[in-house]
Design a protein around this ligand. Structure first.
Ligand code: PLP
Length: 400
């Protein structure tokens, strides 16, 4: 240990690569929907690891399932079968419109898997049919493929050359997408609600028309539900809110309540283009991650969790809309679905977020002027009351 530096913050800044702009908070433990720092300060957590910790902290079934899996065996190669992986695959397929799943370890990896499958599909149709349309202001992750798919220049700076044949349409603008489609287009990739871009939901009509466009032109439709999936919007998958089925879906964040995991699911018409050797992951579908994912999915499918997301989410949205009326100079818009809500501000969200943190509430930004509310899916109305009262106190202070 370095003797001159003592705090976790100082040591972290010395030894860990400088890729994160961190807030001055060292997390030590979690309990329910609260996090505690190393000084014992308590925070109501409306960040949840960025829409990850859907069951909060200390869920008994989750701890029990993961611990017993650890005692059975920690890992095995995908050259063998294992039951936890098969169980989760069955639950995902039987509760979705998809036929097959590929497991990986993160959102970006699920995007990579989808990009590869789309190219396999296109190139097998016609040599050179490998163009993919994604959206401006999107976010799909940080690997070179995913960052190329991400239609925001700020994330791509200095990384040239990016992947070829990815083109950007405008979200919620059908004409801009039509203009990019040609005989070499194999897929269209988009979020159902743009998350990092500022919590911007797709218009229902837009999704329906893109679906039709894909059908007419034999193009695969891929939804990146890394953030919106697994109950976040009040349905298991956000596409269910729109009644528009994609051919491929990407999942990650909430799937295993904080154990690294990702999944790419596809309908047979796309899935059939992957054969042994085409794609793989050493850790993908690891039994520990799968034991965690099984608990999350059981809670969502068999318990009243989705109902809670809808009820408490609607309540939070209504409360935030009241604040919009009370503080029209600060709040421009309140939007989102379920427990994925955004408050668009006319002032810098970072000041509001930092003041909230000082008052025991954790929030996170999205885009350049949006504050995101993505708490654990298990929060109650009382938790919302607590969060809203801190949020309002901060707005009141800033408004003066
Ligand atoms: C977070 C996110 C990703 C990237 O996930 P990682 O696990 O960080 O690679 C991709 N797409 C969307 C929509 C996301 O919100």
């Amino acid at each position: 240990m370095n003797k001159l530096l003592s705090s976790t913050k100082e040591l972290s800044d010395k030894y860990i690569m400088n890729t994160y702009k961190r807030l001055p908070l060292v997390i030590e433990k979690g309990e329910g929907v609260y996090l505690f720092d190393e000084d014992g300060n308590k925070f109501l957590d409306f960040v949840a690891g960025i829409a990850v910790n859907c069951l909060g902290y200390g869920n008994k079934k989750f701890i029990e399932a993961v611990s017993s899996q650890l005692e059975l065996f920690n890992h095995c190669s995908n050259i063998y079968y294992n039951k936890p992986q098969t169980d989760v695959a069955e639950i995902l397929v039987e509760n979705s419109c998809f036929d097959k799943v590929f497991f990986c370890n993160s959102g970006a990896e699920s995007i990579e898997a989808a990009l590869k499958l789309c190219r396999k599909f296109g190139n097998s149709k016609k040599e050179g049919c490998n163009e993919i349309i994604t959206m401006k202001n999107s976010f799909h992750g940080r690997t070179l493929g995913a960052i190329t798919a991400t239609g925001q220049a700020k994330y791509q700076k200095g990384l040239a050359p990016l992947l070829p044949n990815i083109f950007y349409g405008e979200y919620n603008n059908l004409e801009s997408i039509k203009a990019l489609i040609n005989e070499n287009t194999c897929a269209i990739l988009m979020e159902v609600i743009q998350g990092e871009g500022g919590v911007i939901p797709a218009d229902k009509e837009f999704l329906e028309q893109v679906r039709t466009l894909c059908d007419e032109n034999d193009i695969l439709l891929v939804f990146d539900e890394v953030q919106t999936g697994i109950g976040r919007t009040g349905k298991l998958f956000a596409y269910e809110n729109y009644n528009v089925e994609p051919d491929i879906i990407c999942l990650a964040k909430g799937l295993a309540n904080g154990i690294p995991v990702g999944a790419m699911m596809a309908k047979e018409k796309a899935a059939k283009y992957f054969s042994p050797g085409d794609h793989a992951s050493t850790f993908g579908g690891n039994p520990i991650a799968m034991s965690g994912a099984k608990v999350v999915l059981d809670e969502i499918i068999n318990q009243k969790l989705l109902q809670n997301v809808r009820q408490v989410g609607d309540y939070l949205k209504a409360e935030l809309k009241v604040l919009k009326i009370k503080y029209p100079d600060i709040i421009q818009d309140v939007r989102g679905l379920g427990l994925m809500l955004g408050v668009e501000c006319s002032i810098s969200p970072s000041e509001i977020i930092s003041e909230c943190q000082k008052n025991g509430l954790l929030l996170i930004g999205a885009g350049h002027n949006v504050i995101r509310f993505v708490p654990p899916l298990v929060i109650s109305k009382a938790d919302v009351d607590e969060a809203v009262s801190v949020f309002e106190k901060v707005l009141m202070k800033i408004n003066k």
